[in-house]
Ligand binder design. Structure first.
Ligand SMILES: Cc1cc2nc3c(=O)[nH]c(=O)nc-3n(C[C@H](O)[C@H](O)[C@H](O)COP(=O)(O)OP(=O)(O)OC[C@H]3O[C@@H](n4cnc5c(N)ncnc54)[C@H](O)[C@@H]3O)c2cc1C
Length: 446
């Protein structure tokens, strides 16, 4: 038996529940501390400024959570998954925007009332004060990031442009920190307040530096990843084999993905997430990519021996989250990659795989999947065809139940295009498969 089945046997609290519980506890404790600090501090010069202060300290707290969610802390990532953390990041981002804007408007209004001046005049006067100016700049940067992340604009922007603008969050972080530091009252209202805010900011900077810079740099220096082979799987799909030193020490699990850069061959800013398409082991890593744009299409031309810079492994689409002995693995198109890796890791057991493709020729890694399923005594259903209004949808509840009568008794892992994944998840909900048994990987983080 493997560690996987040990986890099933133990029947303890699911890791995702532990992580969510930890996150909520952490959030509530911090909110309580911030409320206590706010109530214990001297009020503003008038009521409007007091309310402005309330929004200001909460904006700082939201920014702190925002950074934690993108710090790629392995403990959180493996339990909650980067896709879910990114969704939370998005919602906190928009809350942060409204909190910051409310804070800014109330500060101007509060001082305008105090000085009996117009809002315009007060705004200009405040922009001459360093602490206020930095706050205004931070608010402007946050507004730009929110604007480009709103769906209508996001859809029109290339990923790299959107991502480049999104990195301005770091500038907002620096500006907000100095703004809060210069606006000394928050920091100095009591020795406890000073200690609390310093710890909070240092923790945010430390987490970010560790997760986004130190760990990736250290791992790449330690493992020295290189392209070992490039194998075309079809006209538009290619597998890249990557080797390196001490690969057995890499904390990777089947089902996870890495963010890959091939510096000598592609632009240095080009970094793309691809799942591991084989279970990670001491010998090497493999990704299998379908050509979607220039970066993925260009992988076919990678020179053997070229350096690879690998961030990760990331993701919660792993056997860590298994709750039942039986599994149903559902893949659509190139979404087979993490499923293929998970098949390799599984012990013999109760296993059904549904693989949705337009035609058998489009089924990436089909021979490997067939062989792995056969060796484990499982069943593979290749579901071919296009989904249109004339054909019965393959993932409608009735179809799912017909293919897998005991679907509610299994863990279900789903990875495929967004529309297919959404259809499967809706079908599973209708069949009342408990949410804790359903695990999905979305090939989209933005
Ligand atoms: C967790 C995860 C695992 C994935 N695993 C695989 C896999 O195993 N095999 C596979 O073929 N594809 C996989 N993808 C999809 C793959 O990342 C994109 O197809 C690829 O990055 C496209 O890049 P491009 O520059 O060639 O195309 P582009 O035309 O530049 O991009 C096409 C679309 O891909 C997305 N994308 C591009 N770059 C990134 C990025 N750095 N981060 C997030 N999204 C990006 C954007 O939504 C973009 O609109 C995965 C995606 C994610 C998020």
């Amino acid at each position: 038996m493997t560690a996987v089945s040990d986890a099933v046997r133990r029947g303890g609290v699911p890791p995702v529940v532990v992580a969510r519980g930890a996150m909520w506890t952490f959030a509530i404790v911090n909110v309580v501390i911030v409320e206590a600090l706010f109530l214990g501090a001297a009020p503003g010069k008038n009521e409007v400024l007091t309310v402005a202060k309330f929004f200001g300290v909460h904006a700082a707290l939201l920014l702190f959570f925002q950074l934690l969610l993108v710090a790629r802390l392995p403990w959180l990532d493996r339990r909650i998954g980067m896709d879910r953390l990114t969704v939370w990041h998005r919602w906190i981002g928009f809350s942060l925007l409204w909190t910051v804007l409310t804070h800014a408007v109330l500060v101007v209004l509060g001082y305008a009332r105090l000085d009996d001046a117009s809002m315009g005049k007060t705004f200009l006067a405040l922009s001459g004060v360093p602490a206020s100016l930095l706050g205004m700049l931070a608010a402007a940067v946050i507004a730009v990031i929110a604007a480009v992340s709103a769906r209508p604009l996001r859809r029109r922007l290339r990923y790299e442009v959107w991502h480049g603008l999104h990195l301005l969050l770091y500038a907002a972080l620096g500006l907000s920190f100095v703004h809060q530091l210069l606006e000394t009252k928050t920091f100095t209202s009591s020795p406890f307040a000073t200690a609390y805010w310093w710890i909070l900011w240092l923790f945010a900077f430390g987490a970010l530096l560790a997760g986004r810079v130190a760990v990736p740099l250290w791992r790449n220096a330690h493992h020295r990843f290189r392209v070992a082979a490039v194998v075309p799987e079809s006209d538009d799909v290619v597998s890249v084999y990557v080797t390196g030193r001490h690969l057995g020490e890499l904390p990777a699990r089947a089902g996870q993905f890495c963010v890959w850069r091939f510096p000598g061959h592609q632009h240095w800013w080009s970094a793309n997430p691809f799942s591991l398409s084989a279970a990670p082991g001491g010998e090497g890593l493999r990704l299998t990519a379908k050509a979607a744009g220039s970066a993925s299409a260009g992988l076919r031309n990678l020179p053997v021996g070229s350096r690879a810079f690998v961030e990760g492994p990331y993701g919660a689409f792993t056997s860590l989250h298994r709750t039942r002995p039986g599994a149903l693995l559902i893949a659509g198109g190139v979404g087979i990659t993490p499923v293929r890796a998970m098949l390799e890791e599984r012990e013999t057991g109760d296993l059904v795989v549904l693989y949705r493709v337009r035609s058998e020729e489009d089924a990436v890694l089909l021979d490997e999947v067939r062989e792995l399923v056969e060796r484990r005594g499982g069943q593979l259903h290749l579901l071919t065809g296009r989904t249109d209004e004339h054909a019965a949808p393959p993932f409608a509840p009735d179809s799912l139940r017909r293919l897998v009568p005991d679907v509610t008794e299994r863990d279900v892992y789903v990875c495929g295009p967004p529309a297919m994944t959404a259809a499967v998840l809706a079908g599973l909900r209708e069949l009342r498969v408990p949410a804790r048994q359903v695990h999905a990987e979305r090939f989209g983080l933005a």
